[in-house]
Design a protein around this ligand. Structure first.
Ligand code: TEU
Length: 548
């Protein structure tokens, strides 16, 4: 598969680089930073949606799939971006939000106006009685997943915000529209596609959730999911080999993912799954904190590696994205061991089997936002849940603490380019406040320091491009019972690479037969291998078997 040597970099365009002084990132801003991305060595840029949207959910509420929101720029700007990126060996990946549209989309407006054709694009049901929704499903952003429309005496489904109405994928016209949109962007030079919550499109039935939960068992990995993906793939790409697809899979299973991202790529090239990013959710609840369950993290990472490999299916590898708190603040130590833990997390991820995704700022250790007041948050999920948790009886301090750990805005603060005002992102007030850490943690400092996290990422990326064992090697878990260390081997013919990672700020001991190995990358100046050795705080070691 052509994807095995690729690395994808995710840009949250609203927060990457403002070029026209409106506090909002834009396409020309990205163009001005392409050299930086080339230096890092990435192959693809995945952009979060830049199309017309009321921005209730920062672009995941699409009002027009084919035109840029003018705040990002014009089609001409985009054409320039495509050609400038191409010169630097970089391809573009777009985000296709096909589970729902904004209620500002023309289709929804025409549905509301009573046009039958467009009404059938969405999911409408009768209520159980006056003022009672069709079932008890909860929106992912709090409250009922149904909204009443008096005119029809019916409710429409919105698994996310009330302004994000779910599309009805049983309607072939909807499926055709989506394939046409992919084709439109292909004609504009986009070769990569990330499909947003794509495993929620096939609804199983509309029963009450017996567990009084959000209803996910009735719409996740639904009965026609694989069929729809195969059809979308065929109608979007046909025999064209030049594309790369990834599906965002919410609460999915390995059994489904081996099919979604199987070797024949008849559905997708790879999948994002999130189980490893719930190991600090108490009882699987996002808003209940607990320290990371490290053994669960190891087990999940290894299981997904091994099971996907057994089926010859392909994983997307990631710690960060625009929906997750910063990994260095979450699984590392963003204070005493900022550099060490940032590098360790990078190595642990990049040496695994799959395609690594780097989220803007991760490559030099951007940290959580550390907001202290609800007025600093913009994210719809965060502001909704703030009210819900207060109503449940939590104190303001408790809720703010939860948001400091869990809010999606932790990932969305402006990119930290230098120590000037707003981190060099914009010379006017940004749409979302910068994290204070920009004065120290920024690109300019990272590029000046040969020992920075940035250059460590650069080396990891180069290794993937140059080393078949990193691209193709078999993943074999090591030290499975060790309570502090995540370690594994990659094996290809007689080549062997070992990656050893201490996930804690204490020293720990390991014993592994390492006499035939030599270190090729680590995060401490002097590291030596022995069969019984001590690992320092957050130490990572990548070693290869010596060639005779
Ligand atoms: O996210 C879907 C998703 O399941 C999340 O990670 C989401 O943030 C979480 O459920 C909230 O608790 C995708 C996008 O990545 C996200 O930004 C959008 O808000 C969402 O879909 C709706 O389009």
């Amino acid at each position: 598969m052509a994807v095995k040597d690729k690395i994808v970099y995710q840009i949250y365009p609203k927060s990457f680089q403002d070029s026209n002084h409106d506090g909002w990132g834009d396409i020309r801003g990205v163009i001005s930073r392409l050299d930086y991305l080339q230096e890092l060595g990435i192959n693809y840029i995945w952009f979060n949606p830049m199309v017309v949207s009321p921005q209730r959910d920062n672009g995941y509420d699409v009002a027009d799939y084919r035109s840029f929101d003018p705040r990002y720029g014009t089609m001409e700007d985009f054409e320039e971006l495509v050609s400038e990126a191409k010169k630097r060996g970089i391809d573009i990946m777009f985000d296709m939000v096909f589970n729902h549209t904004s209620t500002e989309h023309e289709w929804f407006k025409r549905a509301l106006a009573g046009e039958e054709k467009y009404k059938n694009y969405y999911i409408w049901k009768k209520g159980k009685g006056p003022g009672v929704p069709p079932n008890n499903w909860q929106s992912k952003f709090a409250g009922s997943a149904w909204e009443y429309v008096e005119k029809f005496d019916e409710w429409y489904l919105h698994l996310f915000d009330v302004t994000q109405a779910d599309l009805d994928w049983t309607n072939p016209e909807v499926r055709k529209e989506c394939a046409d949109i992919v084709n439109y962007w292909r004609s504009k030079g986009v070769h990569g596609f990330r499909f947003d919550v794509i495993n929620l499109i096939s609804k199983r039935s509309y029963e009450d959730d017996p567990n009084n939960y959000d209803g996910r068992q009735f719409y996740t990995d639904g009965p026609k999911e694989h069929e729809y993906l195969k059809e979308l793939n065929l109608n979007s790409f046909g025999q064209d080999e030049e594309h790369l697809t990834v599906g965002e899979m919410s609460s999915t299973t390995i059994e489904n993912c081996v099919q979604y991202a199987g070797k024949d790529c008849s559905e997708l090239d790879m999948v994002f799954s999130f189980h490893h990013l719930k190991v600090d959710y108490k009882n699987q609840m996002k808003w209940e904190l607990q320290p990371m369950d490290f053994m669960a993290l190891k087990r999940l990472l290894s299981t997904w590696q091994v099971k996907m490999q057994e089926a010859d299916a392909w994983n997307a590898l990631f710690w960060n994205c625009h929906d997750q708190p910063r990994s260095i603040s979450r699984f590392g130590n963003d204070k005493e061991y900022h550099k060490e833990s940032g590098k360790m997390l990078a190595a642990a991820l990049h040496m695994m089997r799959g395609t690594p995704y780097v989220y803007q700022g991760e490559e030099f250790g951007m940290t959580n936002a550390c907001f202290t007041d609800i007025s600093q948050y913009v994210d719809v999920e965060s502001t909704n849940i703030y009210d819900v948790l207060l109503k449940q009886g939590k104190t303001k301090e408790e809720v703010l603490h939860i948001l400091q750990e869990r809010s999606r805005d932790n990932a969305r603060t402006p990119m930290q380019w230098d120590d000037s005002e707003n981190g060099g992102f914009s010379d006017v007030k940004p749409w979302l406040q910068s994290a204070d850490s920009y004065k120290k943690i920024n690109v300019a400092n990272a590029l000046k320091d040969p020992d920075s996290i940035f250059y460590f990422y650069q080396k990891l990326i180069k290794m993937r491009k140059e080393m078949p064992v990193v691209q193709e090697g078999l993943f074999i878990p090591l030290l499975e019972d060790h309570e502090k260390v995540f370690a594994y081997e990659r094996k290809l013919n007689d080549e062997s690479l070992i990656c050893i990672n201490n996930f804690f700020s204490e020293e720990t001991e390991i014993s592994l037969p390492l006499q035939d190995y030599e270190i090729i990358l680590s995060n401490y100046q002097e590291s030596a291998l022995s069969d019984n050795m001590k690992l320092r705080p957050y130490e990572t070691i990548i070693a290869c078997r010596k060639q005779n």
